[in-house]
Design a protein around this ligand. Structure first.
Ligand code: NAD
Length: 466
């Protein structure tokens, strides 16, 4: 149904924001539609002979280059989805003040059906197709991992690109989300889940926003439902339970759910999943389905896929706060119902922007050819040592060990990455909160976030006379 399509959901939010901004209709049209979508069908000879695969790369906006966006491997990937995700990337980068345009790619494939060496052949062939058309390049188009892809696929893509461009000094910057040994950056794998945590922490600092949910202040003790214990869901659940005192009372996966009112041990469940390939047989397992999204809790974190909260179930969702870790988990119709009911939603292109933020840091690291903190770390350490010695000499007391370790742990790459990520996520959330609270005409956080993003894209066009 069109009203429930992913692209329609993104565009209807865009339309609402563009109307509130009062932009001219020709500029609105220019920003809204995707600049190009490339569809490729290519053959790879595998175990059962020649297999044909369909891949996509959509470039939504080139107001900044390179354009940026993940590549997902999913059996249901199609053009509507890729264009919706590419548009979200444009708005996400604009909201986060990351100087990239928006793009997204996909391969219609179930990665679990293929052996690693077959996936490698398919990925390398897909990379060749993208490279032929300038759809992967450090200066123009930089993919990253998404559903069904990770460090391994990014390493294959970077390696294939390097083979095709052996004299390109910046070749490793052609994709982000690479393993550390292949030009990756500390903290990229955890980044999206970590960003969800920082965003929620910032939400709970804004008392007027918390008040709208009817929740008590502070994250400590909050009951949380998480759908999808993949990269994003696992890290978000782990950090929120280990550092913020949240109780993850429900974990939904494909085969059922784990329910534990005391809070699921996320690390132990994840280990069980890695060992057995499923959450079945873990204490608290129940064979329930998507209706578990409607369980009673404080915060709902959809971290699996799009469209799972829609006109069929939105009226029954009981959590007063939803943070969209996945892209597009709430359809336009679902969104309208939840808005009417006063449910607060932190939108995807704010909440899950941690991945692209740290990808941006990785791209900069690749272009500068130096790890963050390498130049200044020891110099700062010496300065802090001198300061600590001075304090100890003045007071005649030893500097407390915990504080000493904290001060001296300073400028490692992981600390700098987390600091930059926290700053970006907190800054973005407080900006959308301010816009939401500024006037009654801004109905929700999603519209507020879209207004900020679209205004920035519009200004970049207006500044060159478009
Ligand atoms: P992933 O493949 O690592 O994990 C997805 C998880 O969801 C898997 O564990 C899968 O089994 C589970 N799942 C799939 N269908 C389900 C269903 N019907 N019910 C319950 N669980 C289900 O993917 P990911 O990288 O964690 O991405 C998840 C979402 O976050 C996607 O929407 C993606 O676009 C978005 N996202 C990811 C990143 C990133 O850095 N990986 C960044 C931004 C946004």
């Amino acid at each position: 149904m069109r009203s429930e399509s992913f692209l329609h959901s993104v565009e209807s939010n865009f339309d609402r924001a563009a109307t509130l901004l009062g932009l001219s209709s020709d500029l609105v049209e220019k920003i809204k539609i995707a600049n190009s979508t490339y569809v490729v069908r290519f053959g790879v000879r595998l175990r059962d002979g020649l297999q044909t695969f369909t891949g996509y790369r959509c470039v939504h906006s080139e107001h900044f280059e390179p354009v940026k966006g993940g590549i997902r491997y999913a059996p249901y990937a199609d053009q509507d989805e890729v264009e919706a995700l590419a548009a979200l990337m444009t708005y996400k980068c604009a909201l986060m003040e990351i100087p990239f345009g928006g793009a997204k790619g996909a391969l219609t494939i179930d990665p679990r059906e293929w052996e690693p060496q077959e996936l490698e052949q398919i990925t390398r062939r897909f990379t060749q197709e993208l490279a032929k058309r300038g759809l992967i390049s450090p200066s123009q188009n930089v993919p990253a991992p998404d559903m069904g892809t990770g460090e391994r696929e990014m390493a294959w893509m970077a390696d294939e690109y390097k083979k095709l461009n052996p004299t390109d000094l910046n070749a490793w910057a052609c994709v982000t989300g690479k393993p550390l040994g292949k030009g990756g950056i500390a903290g990229r794998t955890e980044a999206t889940g970590r960003g969800v945590q920082y965003t929620l922490q910032e939400f709970f600092r804004q008392e007027r926003d918390v008040k709208k949910t009817g929740l008590s202040s502070g994250l400590d003790g909050k009951r949380v439902i998480v759908q999808g214990l993949g990269n994003v869901g696992y890290h978000a659940a782990l950090f929120l339970s280990q550092h913020d005192g949240c109780r993850i009372t429900h974990i939904l996966e494909k085969e059922g759910a784990i329910v534990d009112s005391r809070g699921v041990d996320i690390a132990a469940l994840h280990e069980h999943m890695n060992e057995t390939g499923s959450i079945e047989d873990y204490p608290g397992f129940t064979k329930s389905g998507i209706e578990m999204l409607e369980a009673e809790a404080d915060i709902l974190i959809p971290a699996a896929m799009e469209g799972i909260i829609n006109q069929d179930n939105a009226a029954r969702i009981r959590t007063p706060l939803i943070i969209e870790a996945a892209n597009g988990p709430v359809t336009a119709a679902g969104d309208a119902t939840l808005r009417d009911r006063g449910v607060v939603i932190i939108p995807d292109f704010c909440a899950n922007a941690g991945g692209v933020t740290v990808s941006y840091f990785e791209w900069i690291k690749n272009l500068t050819h130096i790890r963050f903190g390498r130049i200044q770390r020891r110099q700062l350490e010496n300065q802090f040592e001198a300061l600590i010695a001075g304090v100890e000499a003045l007071t005649g007391k030893p500097f407390p060990v915990a504080h000493r370790n904290e001060v001296l742990s300073g400028t490692t790459e992981i600390n700098l990455v987390r600091s930059g990520l926290e700053d970006t996520m907190r800054g973005a959330y407080s900006a959308i909160s301010a816009t939401w609270n500024e006037t009654d005409s801004v109905p929700d956080l999603r519209t507020a976030a879209m207004m900020i993003a679209v205004d920035r894209v519009a200004q970049s066009y207006i500044s060159i006379g478009i």
